[in-house]
Design a protein around this ligand. Sequence first.
Ligand code: HEC
Length: 223
Amino acid sequence: MPRKAGLPLLWRRGFGPAFSTALLLPVVLLGGVSSACRQDMHDAPRVEANEATDAFEDGRGNRPLVEGTVPRGWLNDDEQLTTGKVNGQSVDEFPFPVTRDVLERGQQRFNAYCSPCHGRTGMGNGMIVQRGLKPPPSFHDDRLRTSPVGYYFDVMTNGFGVMQDYRAQVDVKDRWAIAAYIRALQLSQRATVADVPADKVPDLDKPDTEETTKPAPSHGSGH
Ligand code: HEC
């Protein structure tokens, strides 16, 4: 041990025994401790990820997962809910009832995640597009208007062309809520008198009041 050999050497050079013991001994001891630590941390006696080991017959430190293991939160046993498809075909039904709460959630998520490019009404004229990004197609084009809701879910889940996917930012239920809200936007541009419940039809001729304009924010402020 070279460090310990150093102590008598310094003694011989004339340091007083009291001085050197008081000052150098802790240094020597610390040196010993830290060099021991360093060695341990360099190569701890555990198997690192992907490290080989002879503890198992196949020589691999990684142990295979027990057959049938599903990570928490990743059980995809409902194809329609998690892919928007059944047998590879986009579905045109929602996997859960579309309530007012779902639509309001969808509106809020759509405005946060989609409107910067697609615009608040889905015309494809969001602020980022006005600043130069490739304009997305309008959700009111015939092709997209007649695309099944599962298709919207799929575009959000996997992206489309230059559009990134939103699977990390928008969870499964919210993706459906957004698809429902897009359907509401599409309807809002093409509604006819036949879409109005019979008991509300007489109200159509009344002048707008706050009460009649409030549920239709997409009409803008001019009404
Ligand atoms: C950063 C801009 C941006 C955002 C944010 C964005 N998109 Fe897009 N989206 C695009 C562009 C650009 C296209 C056209 C892509 C292409 O054709 O390469 C597109 C295309 C689409 C299409 C049409 C696919 C087709 O068949 O033509 C749908 C549906 C769509 N987006 C839905 C959404 C939804 C829903 C959200 C919110 C979760 C969203 N997008 C967020 C830019 C965006």
